[in-house]
Design a protein around this ligand. Structure first.
Ligand code: SF4
Ligand code: SF4
Length: 289
């Protein structure tokens, strides 16, 4: 089984369109949306949720007002200024250390488990999809990404799949690291702009650090031929394979609006290029169709 992740230096480069196309082209696969902060693979794959699991992370102090005698000990011991003047707790500032709960002479402070999000296992027309939703203002998305990946891998092993296809998180933060560690290949999607190249270099620093093999797709390359050439040369110098270059085509946006992958929506040049890219990826990773 091969795990591939599609990533980019920032959001909006077309990585989900490419992930959707791979989902349509690959046989025997499980898909996972690791972009838990802004999940949108479901917009194309139209999942039917079969299972959902609450994602818990950390604890927060909660004061039971009826038990409190107003001694102020909790406010004194809290190093994070999370106890307000009326001794109630500000959940945003609370770091969950538990000192106040330990120190309260009235046992008025309870440490409650946080519900940070939800993880879903769904059926789609292309096979199983594992995806998740992080609650607003919640952190720990790296941990949720790891859970999504673990579930996807379990399903793939159970079903003897050839592929786990991951829509990765953009950027270089904790969720990206959770998306890429241990995969067989990270496909970096780049747009032909100076900032696109700059962002891709930052992502490459992360993949190199974690020793993840990388391949490149340049998306909307015809919007800036000079920059495309610079990007190609830069990656060729580093001996990194460029899987292909995709043109800009408004049909792609229309396919998203229709909730379809570009492979299903059209036989245009974008779809044809993506077919070629997928075949090349299969060859490079030595996966027989
Ligand atoms: S330590 Fe307990 S009793 Fe004292 S103010 Fe805080 S919550 Fe109330
Ligand atoms: S759990 Fe720690 S951080 Fe939170 S209110 Fe209590 S002492 Fe402060």
């Amino acid at each position: 089984m091969k795990q591939i992740v599609i990533i980019s230096g920032k959001g909006g480069t077309g990585k989900t369109v490419i992930t959707g196309a791979f989902a349509a082209l690959a046989r025997d696969k499980v898909m996972a949306d690791c972009d838990v902060d802004a999940a949108d693979l479901h917009l194309i794959l139209d999942p039917e949720i079969k299972e959902s699991h609450i994602f818990k992370s950390g604890v927060t102090a909660f004061m039971h007002r009826e038990l409190c005698e107003g001694c102020g000990v909790c406010k004194t011991v809290c190093r994070f200024d999370a106890v307000k003047k009326d001794f109630t707790i500000d959940p945003v500032s609370c770091e969950g250390c538990g000192f106040c709960s330990f120190a309260c002479p009235q046992n008025a402070i309870e440490m409650k488990t946080n519900i940070s999000g939800e993880l879903f296992i769904s059926d789609t027309r292309f096979g199983p999809l594992v995806h998740a939703k992080l609650c607003i203002a919640e952190e720990n998305s790296g941990k949720l990404v790891s859970l999504v990946r673990q579930k996807a891998k379990e399903i793939a092993e159970e079903k003897n799949c050839k592929w786990v296809i991951l829509d990765g998180s953009p950027g270089t933060g904790c969720p990206v690291i959770a998306s890429i560690t241990g995969v067989d290949c990270a496909v970096i999607v780049i747009e032909p702009t100076l900032s696109g190249l700059h962002d891709a270099k930052r992502v490459l620093d992360v993949t190199e650090h974690f020793k993840v093999p990388v391949k490149i797709i340049i998306n909307k390359y015809d919007l800036n031929f000079d920059m495309t050439e610079k990007i190609e040369n830069w990656f060729k110098d580093k001996n990194i394979t460029i899987l292909g270059k995709i043109i800009f085509d408004k049909e792609v946006v229309k396919s998203i609006v229709e909730g379809k992958t570009i492979i299903e929506y059209s036989n245009n040049q974008v779809a044809e290029t993506l077919r070629t890219i997928w075949r090349l990826l299969e060859q490079e990773l030595k996966v027989a169709d």
